[in-house]
Design a binder for this molecule. Structure first.
Ligand code: PNS
Length: 165
């Protein structure tokens, strides 16, 4: 059985993430969506909340598992005996960072291969950061995130009253 891990912060999950998860589902028997900690980011949702939102968005996808992990991706892959990482690549601007991550992960776990899926054209500009920034200023993000999590984002903005990026 071919299993892939699709890692990310997913803060929050966007339609771009869901597109990559759906395409990974077609390519692999099972896709483990791993909500990881990116130390460089201040998040809007806790890992537990992000897992809950992702589970809601992927309900009915029988070959998708949502997990959280606070540690190295290379270690988690080894722990689950998975050798493939799937990531979306939006533009040249993503490349350097993703290339560095892929090489670091391979150094830490030489069995790991990272597979990049080209982001669909309509999602080229889309990121969780863009979503948070638009929502922070009261903008409409309904075209960018799954409808079932829209209220969670707006509620968090109301609660926090601050700006997220
Ligand atoms: O959605 P993101 O923030 O671009 O995802 C980045 C993420 C969470 C996949 C990356 O930061 C990660 O793998 N974090 C766990 C720690 C780790 O293994 N880092 C890679 C070696 S530097």
């Amino acid at each position: 059985m071919k299993t892939a891990i699709c890692p990310g912060s997913f803060d929050p999950v966007t339609l771009g993430h869901l597109d990559i998860i759906n395409r990974s589902r077609v390519m692999f028997d099972k896709t483990i969506v791993a909500v990881m900690v990116n130390p460089a980011k201040r998040t809007m949702f806790t890992v537990e909340e992000r897992i809950k939102l992702l589970k809601r968005c992927t309900e009915g996808m029988d070959n998708v598992e949502i997990v959280g992990f606070d540690g190295l991706l290379a270690d988690y892959a080894r722990q689950r005996d998975v050798k493939i990482i799937v990531k979306g690549l939006r533009a040249l601007s993503d490349f350097e960072y993703e290339f560095q991550q892929a090489l670091a992960n391979k150094k830490l776990n030489p069995e790991l291969e990272t597979v990049f899926l080209t982001t669909s054209a309509e999602n080229m500009f889309l990121s969780s950061s863009v979503v948070k920034q638009i929502a922070s200023f009261g903008g409409d993000v309904s075209n960018f995130v799954p409808e079932c999590i829209l209220e969670d984002i707006n509620a968090r903005i109301r609660e926090e009253g601050g700006k997220f990026s």
